[in-house]
Design a protein around this ligand. Structure first.
Ligand code: GLV
Length: 391
């Protein structure tokens, strides 16, 4: 880890240490991966204003998200199968986030369960939910999350049907997973990964195993998941969730101002401007290009979070300047996890924090709240929308 200086270094190590099927699952996008590439290309395109001779000796990265104090304006995003990138992956990532003072989001499709993560951490984490056909399961898993004192629910709304990921099919990362000679040979060359997985608490979908009737093994669970995508999902289901979930509600997967307005109307505490990391609608706009329009449409009572393509501290600044209160970091931390477990996640967080601090200094910014359109070239005349803080 000594020679790791940036997130891309972690990505290279992740690719080397983790079986290809799992690396590709995290790294890839849907169909031609146009939107996946656009997320990066468009964010890289934004130029920051270099400012000099501003006293930046009292910089602070600290801010709040939904009233919660955080050491930096980002949280770890929900990622399915994190525990297959490294044994106990969800526990290790949650612990690294807790140590760093930022929120961790556990995916419904995690390997370690809600209870496993709660037992291994001391502070509340966030829980991500897919509303699936089996509403009984959704209700049950929400009460488990509430019992585990999860402080916010991240409701993913952009996965009614699955965008096809060519890489996953080619690698046999289908549901159920295919046992192929190429995969066996590949896994055989990754002994440290195997050892970590064998030592891990869970080797199946931890939130589902034992909670979905008649689903004893990973293959039947995987088939069940496949049959549970719900094309009939609608805003009515959001109202239902809002009524049964006692904590903060974050709606993730908003890319259109009309949908943003609807989320606000239904009482979302926050939305996440997201195209699911380029994994769903290929051809959708990059999140950074959609962000200003969505931020504009959202009133002052709903916080705007952002994900998609964040690999550097400068990217965090770009997203905040264009209207995000904070970002969710997905692949950037998963690369760290695959590269080196908990230490790798801590490294990813540290890299982003250091880069953010330097970017703030060189743009003449002391406080996260001061990051606005005026630090972007061409954005000098635009005013940052003023937002009331909730809670
Ligand atoms: C699940 O959310 C995925 O993108 O694979």
């Amino acid at each position: 880890m000594k020679n790791v200086t940036c997130i891309e270094d972690l990505r290279v190590l992740h690719r080397r240490r983790v079986p290809r099927a799992f690396f590709d699952y995290a790294d890839g996008g849907s169909y031609s991966e146009e939107t996946l590439r656009a997320n990066r290309a468009d964010i890289e395109h934004i130029r920051l204003r270099q400012r000099v001779l501003v006293d930046v000796s009292s910089r602070s990265l600290a801010t709040t998200i939904l009233g919660q104090k955080v050491s930096a304006p980002f949280a770890l995003a929900p990622i399915g199968l994190t525990g297959m990138q490294h044994g106990n992956g969800e526990i290790l990532a949650a612990q690294a986030a807790e140590e760093a003072g930022i929120p961790y989001t556990l995916s419904t499709m995690s390997i370690c369960s809600i209870e496993d993560v709660a037992e291994a951490t001391t502070k509340p984490f966030w829980f991500q939910l897919y509303v699936i056909k089996d509403r009984g399961f959704s209700k049950d898993v929400l009460s488990r999350a509430a019992e585990a004192k999860c402080s916010a629910l991240v409701l993913t709304v952009d996965l009614q049907v699955l965008g096809q990921r060519h890489r996953d099919i080619k690698n046999g990362m289908t549901v159920p997973p295919e046992i192929r000679l190429a995969n066996i040979i590949d896994i055989g060359t990754k002994p440290a990964w195997i050892w970590g997985i064998l030592k891990g608490k869970s080797k199946t979908f931890g939130n589902l195993a034992g909670h979905v009737k008649g689903m004893e093994n990973v293959n039947s669970l995987a088939q069940w998941i496949q049959s549970q995508f719900d094309p009939a999902l609608s805003w009515k289901d959001v109202e239902w969730i809002k009524n049964i979930w006692p904590g903060k509600l974050i709606i993730k997967g908003i890319l259109d101002p009309e949908d943003a307005k609807m989320a606000v109307k239904l009482g979302a505490d926050a939305i996440v401007v997201s195209n699911h990391g380029g994994r769903q609608l290929d051809g959708a706009p990059s999140t950074i290009s959609a962000l200003p329009g969505v931020a504009q449409a959202v009133g002052s009572d709903t916080e705007v979070l952002f994900d998609g393509g964040i690999r550097t501290g400068a990217d965090l600044v770009r997203a905040l300047a264009l209207g995000a209160r904070a970002c969710l970091i997905g692949r950037a931390y998963v690369y760290g996890l695959g590269a080196g477990g908990r230490a790798g996640v801590s490294k990813a967080i540290e890299i982003l924090k250091n880069e953010l601090s330097v970017t703030m200094a060189l743009t003449g910014t002391n406080r996260v709240a001061d990051i606005g359109p005026n630090i972007i070239v061409g954005g000098e005349t635009k005013k940052k929308p003023t937002r009331k803080r909730k809670g």
